[in-house]
Write a protein that binds this ligand. Structure first.
Ligand code: BGC
Length: 439
């Protein structure tokens, strides 16, 4: 049946990240990366969506669309522009915005670190050096002191595996290093950051009188499938890729045990958890795609539907990944990111339908779905050229226009699901394969 009802209690909304939408900040590692000519289309994160000035307009749009939850980030380099100097005006800015989000009936989920560092922190070696962990924790403390009464739900670190792999093994992202051991050290240090931030946030909010705190890290997972299901080499490589990229770091962050090849930073002592031995209160899953494995590099099946960046579209994977984490950790599930690069909005509605339908048909306790992303935004290495938004942005005029997929998403919230009629009008869209065939 081409229809589904939302699971009872499942709340829908969208996600963003500070550097990708705010504009106006030249003090972070991605602005520096832009300055070094690394962004494919030469666009700058200092433009982005000008959201730092236009947040009220964007919030109005979210309310018009009926979003129930909103995952947003804060820009560390604005809050702590120099090592140890905190900017009260920047914290006030986020305070005002969070108050407005709450007053608008939208529940915020706050991300503390989403790929970007202040330049001074990057210059000091960032998370490749365990001596910098307390510097991050000092920032977390300042944020909770200033904003903790307004937010009960937190993501400490966004996608430790993507940050470490692209910045320190592949070298495509700042700081452009190519060393697998360093990437593993970064992942280990980020896991230690997550666990200690988890502890800190709970303690500080408890001291403020709040007992409803929920903290996790956003875990990027893919399905890793052998190119030839019967081929033992492909099977082994798929298992290895999966373990190195996502399973080992998940184990470290959730449990505080650092399996090979991760290593517990020497200075790190496992704190007494609020729930000892479990350092997350929910599963936060970012899911986009499936990788087809035959060696070390990722591939895509030839006849598979792909998005405009060539990533396979594979809806059953969202449940496979969530189930995998759930089997281990038995926590409520938040899909903290799911979405697709569809530059002309010709298949995003179908993508949303299929992924939500899979989730709602599953036995899993899914409590939140945050679509990635709200507005088209600065898509890291791709710059402004890769469009993931429910809302179209004309970057020159900064005009926002809700896309057909944005109207469809709003309708799902309004109706509590998708019925056959809505499916027929909104979701009968073709995907394309790598070779341009329609499927
Ligand atoms: C990241 C986002 C990014 C999205 C699409 C995720 O890995 O958290 O910041 O824009 O993927 O590439």
């Amino acid at each position: 049946m081409a229809s589904f009802r939302l699971k009872p209690g499942l709340l829908l909304g969208a996600a963003t990240a500070a550097t990708q939408i705010e504009g106006g900040d030249a003090n972070n590692s991605w602005y520096d990366w832009y300055g070094r000519g690394k962004i494919k289309d030469q666009t700058s994160p200092a433009r982005a969506n000008d959201h730092y000035q236009r947040w009220a307009e964007d919030l109005d749009l979210m309310q018009t669309m009926g979003l129930q939850v909103y995952r947003l980030g804060i820009e560390w380099s604005r809050i702590e522009p120099e090592n140890g100097r905190f900017d009260a005006a920047a914290l006030d800015h986020y305070r005002t915005e969070l108050q407005a989000i709450r007053a608008g009936g939208i529940r915020p989920l706050l991300t503390l670190h989403h790929f970007t560092n202040p330049r001074w922190f990057e210059a000091a070696g960032a998370f490749s050096d365990a001596r910098n962990i307390p510097v991050f924790l000092r920032f977390v403390t300042a944020v909770i002191q200033a904003l903790g009464d307004l937010v009960s739900e937190y993501i400490t670190i966004n996608e430790p595996n993507v940050y470490a792999t692209l910045g320190y093994a592949a070298g495509d992202w700042p700081p452009g290093q190519q060393s697998l051991p360093t990437a593993m050290r970064v992942m280990s240090n980020l896991a230690a950051c997550h666990i200690q931030a988890y502890q800190l946030i709970h303690e500080q909010r408890l001291a403020m009188g709040f007992t409803d705190t929920r903290v996790s890290f956003a875990h990027h997972m893919r399905v890793f499938a052998p190119r030839q299901a019967w081929n033992p080499w492909h099977q082994a490589m798929a298992r290895l890729a999966r373990y190195l990229f996502q399973d080992s770091v998940a184990q470290a962050c959730f449990s505080g045990r650092f399996p090979w090849p991760l290593q517990r930073p020497r200075s790190f002592k496992r704190p007494e958890g609020i729930q000892p031995r479990l350092y997350s209160d929910f599963i936060a899953l970012n899911y986009y795609t499936r990788s087809t494995v035959s060696g070390l590099a990722d591939g895509v099946r030839r006849a598979a539907p792909v998005n405009d960046l060539g990533w396979e579209i594979y809806a059953p994977g969202i449940v496979a990944c969530a189930r995998d984490l759930y089997r281990h950790y038995r926590l409520p599930i938040y899909i903290t990111e799911n979405g697709t690069c569809d530059n002309h909005d010709t298949f995003r509605s179908r993508y949303i339908f299929e992924h939500l339908q899979q989730l709602c048909a599953s036995e899993l306790p899914v409590e939140r779905y945050y679509h990635w992303c709200f507005c088209d935004n600065f898509e890291w290495l791709e710059g402004e050229s890769a469009r993931f938004g429910l809302v179209h942005v004309d970057y020159a005029s900064q005009q926002r226009t809700v896309k057909a997929s944005g109207r469809f998403f709003a309708e799902i919230i309004r109706q509590g699901g998708v019925d056959e009629a809505l499916y027929q009008t909104a979701c009968r869209q073709p995907y394309h394969t790598q070779t341009g065939e329609l499927v």
